[in-house]
Design a protein around this ligand. Structure first.
Ligand code: SF4
Length: 309
């Protein structure tokens, strides 16, 4: 291993930074704080807040009192009402780009549209979006489900999960237009997702192996690993540096000289730094680390967020 190249865009996005900041502010001002679902989909962040005394719940019905924080992925209006009915103080850390989809879906529903939402029906974000117009939104996760829909000639629109694979959405859009020529398309994939996917597509052809730091629960991290695997053939999703195995480099079918490194939108920088250190230890020699635009990680932390909408 001679070189580690870090993707041009990687790691924390605007919505994740914001949700973490809101949680920290809330902890400083309130006694009993509980986060509904994972604040962001990263085990290290979830564990950090748990260690600091923040409660975790998967339903508002489990929360006995105090303050509940709605995660970056958002929730349906019904959850807000149920929390308020239980006397909980509600702090909303939903990413503004998810709120934008809530507004689009609600407005479309009020104007008589049916909405096809391209996403994972079990993901917190999708559940929250559907909850804004449950009778009007149908979740589709792929082309098969689109093709299986019955004919429909009424007002129809399509939206997307913020973290969908861009090329999948392009395919879905083309197929949806063919099947339902009247359909109106709202590409609601967020800017952070677009940037990270474009950066990994640019980097993957230049490396022998790609490592993506992110949790299994993180849809956008998994997507980055899938995209790079399809391009460079060898890619792993790693939760922490400890998951990096020396045999990936020593027993690899191809010689590994250049390692690509990226991270999902909910991965903190210390996990990426940890991965670099582990790679250096495995290499047991000098490894050049190429940072995006010649910036190091510390400088990057001080820069203005590039992922704002
Ligand atoms: S991935 Fe996109 S939608 Fe999700 S929190 Fe980050 S900026 Fe917001």
């Amino acid at each position: 291993m001679k070189k580690i190249i870090i993707a041009q865009h990687y790691g924390f996005c605007m919505g994740v930074k914001r949700a973490i900041a809101i949680t920290e502010e809330t902890m400083a001002g309130e006694d009993k704080v509980t986060i509904l679902n994972e604040i962001v989909h990263n085990e290290a962040i979830v564990e950090k807040f748990r260690r600091e005394g923040v409660g975790q719940a998967v339903s508002v019905d489990e929360i006995a009192g105090g303050t509940v924080i709605i995660s970056a992925h958002g929730a349906s209006p019904e959850i807000f009402h149920r929390a308020e009915a239980r006397g909980l103080k509600v702090i909303d850390a939903t990413c503004p780009l998810v709120i934008r989809i809530h507004k689009i879906v609600k407005k479309l529903a009020q104007n008589g549209y049916r909405v096809l939402h391209f996403g994972d029906g079990k993901h917190d974000e999708t559940i929250g979006i559907v909850g804004h117009a449950p009778e009007r939104v149908t979740v589709i996760s792929g082309l098969d489900e689109l093709q299986a829909l019955p004919p429909f000639s009424g007002k129809l629109a399509m939206t997307s999960q913020t973290t969908a694979r861009v090329s999948d959405f392009v395919e879905m859009e083309a197929a949806a237009k063919e099947k339902f020529p009247q359909i109106e398309i709202f590409n609601t994939i967020c800017n952070a997702t677009n940037q990270r996917q474009a950066a990994i597509m640019d980097l993957a052809p230049k490396v022998d192996i790609m490592l993506v730091v992110g949790s299994e629960s993180s849809a956008n991290s998994k997507r980055l690993a899938q995209i790079s695997r399809a391009i460079c053939g060898l890619a792993y999703l790693i939760n922490t540096a400890d998951d990096i195995k020396p045999e990936w480099f020593k027993n690899s079918p191809k010689e590994i000289n250049v390692v690509g490194l990226s991270a999902g939108a909910s991965t903190p920088d210390f996990l990426i730094e940890g991965a670099i250190e582990r790679l250096r230890a495995i290499a047991q020699s000098d490894v050049e680390v190429i940072y995006p635009q010649k910036r190091d990680l510390q400088n990057r932390l001080a820069l203005k967020d590039e992922d704002d909408c």
